[in-house]
Design a protein around this ligand. Structure first.
Ligand SMILES: Nc1ncnc2c1ncn2[C@@H]1O[C@H](COP(=O)(O)OP(=O)(O)OP(=O)(O)O)[C@@H](O)[C@H]1O
Length: 273
């Protein structure tokens, strides 16, 4: 007699499914060859690769900011433009904090809620909570010009958190910061990710940042942009900065360095179409 299949343990649902999605810009640039990628709820996935490999293009397609030339992108099993049907929300964090210079930190962070017509009392409560989460509670009334680069980025992250997203898409958010500040914000981001049970897709040029933060690193190559490799970082969380001085960290960094080198060389051999 045929045996019953074993009980299937509850699978972690996919937050993101990229199904043969590719992008050619109107000027003919093949920014991304077909990509197939599944990201489970709660993962921290990093997109790493040389300049021009299509990291931002892929992230913007996941956000629904850019339509693929062909293929599909699903968030919680629905096309990206029907995210509201899933009861989930996403937020996008850009490299530049893009704060309104004339408005206080508090008003900047409240902006998405004002635009969505959230009542003032509720909005203020959510802003206060977000400012505490990013360590800016004392600077609610400050103007952006009086904040350091790292603090401005914290304000930008707070602005993304007030919409209470389940998915955070971050395009080189700490790329313009000095190394010490970047490490600090990386650690804070990991805490937020765990505390809020977020799914994060994070674009970076930094191998060290990718190893420190991610469950999984997606390596991409340029000319034309494509996914070439995937590396799992099997290191438990919470990860402290001490992880960065371990032989395991060095081994992962080396593996990614080799992969990045291969990805860069591949691109030189294959001309863009
Ligand atoms: N609007 C556009 N029109 C035409 N080509 C574009 C456009 N945006 C990006 N590209 C090109 O598409 C390719 C992929 O760009 P993309 O910005 O996605 O790469 P990236 O990996 O994020 O690069 P970087 O690391 O430098 O930010 C590049 O060759 C880029 O020049």
């Amino acid at each position: 007699m045929k045996r019953e299949s074993p009980v299937v343990l509850a699978e972690v649902p996919a937050a993101i499914e990229v199904l043969s999605a590719h992008k050619t810009y109107p000027n003919g640039t093949v920014a991304l060859k077909p990509v197939d990628l599944k990201i489970a709820e709660g993962e921290f996935v990093t997109l790493l690769g040389p300049s021009g490999c299509g990291k931002s293009t892929l992230l913007k397609m996941v956000a629904g900011l850019l339509a693929p030339t062909d293929g599909r992108l699903l968030l919680w099993r629905k096309p990206v433009d029907r995210l509201d049907e899933t009861g989930k929300r996403l937020a996008f964090v850009f490299q530049s904090p893009t704060l309104m210079p004339w408005a206080s930190v508090q008003a900047n962070v409240r902006l998405p809620l004002d635009l969505a017509g959230v009542p003032r009392a509720e909005a203020d409560a959510r802003v206060a909570e977000a400012l505490v989460l990013v360590g800016l509670a004392r600077f609610a009334k400050a103007l952006p010009r009086n904040l350091s680069g790292g603090m401005q980025m914290r304000a930008s992250i707070a602005r993304s958190l007030v919409v209470q997203p389940q998915l955070l898409l971050m395009d080189e958010p700490f790329g313009a910061l000095d190394e010490i500040t970047r490490h600090k914000l990386d650690s804070e981001l990991l805490q937020l990710w765990r505390q809020k049970k977020l799914t994060v897709v994070f674009v970076t040029h930094s191998i060290h940042e990718a190893v420190y933060l991610s469950n999984r690193v997606i390596m991409m190559a340029a000319r034309p942009g494509r996914v070439v490799e995937e590396v799992r970082i099997d290191e438990p969380y919470p990860r402290s900065p001490d992880f960065m001085v371990t032989p395991r960290f060095a081994a992962y960094a080396r593996q990614l360095q080799d992969s990045l080198l291969r990805a860069s060389q591949d691109g030189d051999e294959e001309p863009a179409r």
